[in-house]
Design a protein around this ligand. Structure first.
Ligand code: CTP
Length: 397
């Protein structure tokens, strides 16, 4: 799938630079050619010799290298690729990109290029969470830069949290998705998926039976049609899709924040089973058992993410798709829900326990739009996902 594709790989100066070597190997195994560029800081972490040996190509490091300029000028270098990949993208490189700096070879290439750009950020968790980095990230996304990772986990600096660079194979999957020439190429689509968990106290929570299987399948199908997919998921049991940007959340309010941060998108598919209510005043201490006394919980309403996005005065996605899980009068309820929430389509399904749909591998849906209700035969969740992705592609044409 990557045969003949040309990747301009900019390796930034971070400890994750060593994964850049593996990335080169994985890309070449799949038939891609890799032209490597090292920032000056990157040469402190990996040597140009090992990068060059793995890439089988010359390594570019210096903006003012006369030999390099004579062989291939930096403007030309920025244009030879199908995709420019920055891995690891350090906080500094992201800041340079967001600010439009061009004071070394890497930043100049990024300014001069007319090919799509993907970054795989990697940095200390506090640097990642810093408002400056988050601001730069938002700017880069707005500029159309694709982002893969970072992942959450133990970091080389001894801290824990988001900031670890995505694994080479995850980056390869994202590159494949970015280079796919499908009908959704150049479209950005948001998918919400899974349940939400609403805390009662620090150890207990309210959940629902959504597995996230349908959401994952939809994200994969959209990716396969070439879309850039932002997948915002609650604590689902289904595997996360490869080659998409995964944002993990727990509560409805966190999901709302993640959704708003991912805008603008061309389409939003809201497949998550979001809890309608959360426990009022869920506190920091555990509710203790008191003999003969039952605790009482009071609830407050969660934000309705689908309704909020559907009714945005500015920046509403061109197409907003909601889901309805109903147990009776499916079409009537779902039709009313479409109007009430203000979305374009509702994918309605019957979740009575005897249907085996919730948590199962099949689905029987009715697609409700302004044109009426369309019954789809019972089929696998992957088939539902493929069909829905194709309909979305047709609607965004
Ligand atoms: N949804 C959402 N935010 C919420 C609740 C629901 O974005 N707080 C979205 C779901 O992702 C789904 C759609 O709204 O796409 C329908 O959710 P559902 O729970 O079926 O509908 P409700 O509005 O809760 O209506 P009811 O409880 O009457 O079925």
């Amino acid at each position: 799938m990557l045969a003949g594709k040309r990747i301009l790989l900019i390796i930034g100066g971070g400890i994750a630079a060593y994964k850049g070597l593996d990335l080169i190997r994985r890309l070449r195994e799949r038939g891609a050619s890799v032209t490597p560029v090292l920032t000056r800081a990157a040469t402190e972490f990996v040597t140009p010799l090992s990068v060059s040996a793995l890439a089988g190509e010359k390594v570019y490091t210096d903006l003012f290298d006369l030999t390099d300029e004579a062989e291939m000028g930096h403007i030309q270098l920025s244009r030879v690729a199908d995709l420019v990949v920055v891995a690891p993208a350090t906080a500094d490189l992201m800041a340079k990109m967001a600010g439009g700096h061009a004071n070394d070879l890497a930043s100049t290439l990024l300014m001069a290029t007319d090919t799509p750009v993907m970054i795989a950020p990697a940095m200390n968790v506090r640097m990642w969470d810093h408002p400056a980095t988050q601001r730069n990230l938002a700017t880069l996304k707005f500029d159309g830069v694709r982002v893969v990772g970072p992942n959450e986990g133990d970091m080389a600096c001894g801290e824990y949290g988001p900031g670890r660079m995505a694994e080479p194979l995850e980056i390869v999957a994202a590159i494949k998705a970015a280079l796919t020439d499908g009908p959704l190429k150049d479209k950005r689509v948001l998918v919400t998926s899974g349940p939400t968990h609403e805390p009662i106290d620090p150890v207990r929570y309210i959940a629902n039976r959504s597995s996230g299987a349908q959401g994952t399948a939809i994200a994969e199908s959209l990716r396969d049609l070439g879309a850039e997919v932002i997948f915002v998921t609650g604590p689902a049991t289904a595997a996360r899709p490869d080659g998409v940007t995964v944002v993990e959340v727990e509560t409805a309010r966190e999901m709302r924040e993640a959704v708003m941060a991912s805008l603008p998108v061309d389409a939003g598919v809201f497949a998550a089973a979001v809890a309608d209510w959360r426990v009022d005043g869920a506190g920091a201490s555990k509710i203790k058992k008191v003999a003969g006394k039952l605790p009482s919980l009071s609830f407050v309403e969660n934000p309705d993410i689908l309704a909020e996005v559907s009714q945005l005065a500015e920046g509403r996605p061109q197409l907003v798709v909601g889901f309805a899980a109903e147990t009776d009068d499916v079409v009537t309820h779902a039709t009313a829900k479409r109007v009430r929430k203000g979305c374009d389509w509702i994918v309605a399904n019957d979740v009575r326990p005897e249907t085996g749909i919730m948590g199962g591998s099949e689905n029987a849906v009715v697609l409700i739009s302004a044109d009426g209700a369309e019954d789809w035969p019972r089929m696998g969740k992957r088939d539902v996902a493929r069909r829905l992705a194709e309909r979305i592609a047709a609607a965004l044409l």
